[in-house]
Design a protein around this ligand. Sequence first.
Ligand code: GUN
Length: 292
Amino acid sequence: MTLIDGKATAATIKEEIAARVAEIVEAGGKRPHLAAILVGHDGGSETYVKNKVLACKACGFESTLIRYEDTVSEAELLQRVQQLNSDAEIDGFIVQLPLPRHISEQRIIEAIDHRKDVDGFHPVNVGRMAIGLPCYVSATPLGILELLRRYHIETRGKRCVVLGRSNIVGKPMASLMMQKQYGDSTVTVLHSRSQDLKEECRRADILIAAIGHPGFVTADMVKPGAVVIDVGTTRVADTTRQSGFRLSGDVDFDNVKNVAGALTPVPGGVGPMTICMLMLNTLAAAEKRYYS
Ligand code: GUN
């Protein structure tokens, strides 16, 4: 069984990005600049955003963290988005999700200039991705594609099962795996209403689990030798940890590792790659690679 090491792969990619930034700066260019808006104090979001700021530092980027209490109004947030849209210093920015219930996430996402939408959540980027045009692709699916590529895992013509249909992971992942220029696989999407779920999973050469249900994928759902990608990052209580929780994936790692041909761990698999792909998207934004 090959353990797919996302942490090490992400470290290598960050070094590659830092080298490119050094070249840009050497040639008199400006450092890429990512801004992040964080609303409230959700523990998971705090950690993600902290890690994004740290990744910026590792890559030689400038970063700006903009914080609001969870009482901020939608109008105030929309106004800040507009400011960032027109701020020439900022190459790309993200609004960390989830947002408080009184704010429409969709309205905020659609207010972001798609040319600065390095999360790839704006409908223009989602649409362009779906038809194979240059665009920002959302970071988690992009990170998974990059892991498969760097581990020389053949996807062309393979059976790929995506478990989950979220806008951030399941839908874009399925779309990318299907497309000739990316996965070129035969793709099945399974979700909470799917029938014969175990049998469908067992047919997969590549199984991508993104349903947010700890330990959902058991060994009997995995074809011997299959590649299993675990996108789950659910916080479960753990009194032996100082933090009081640990991250749990969607895959029953201890048993699936005896069946799978390759497997991503949680933590240290897909997670570090996601942040790394946000950095690659920000570099592309600074270089005006997709939109001039
Ligand atoms: N919340 C969970 N994942 C993400 C992400 O990739 N981007 C943003 N903005 N919010 C998230």
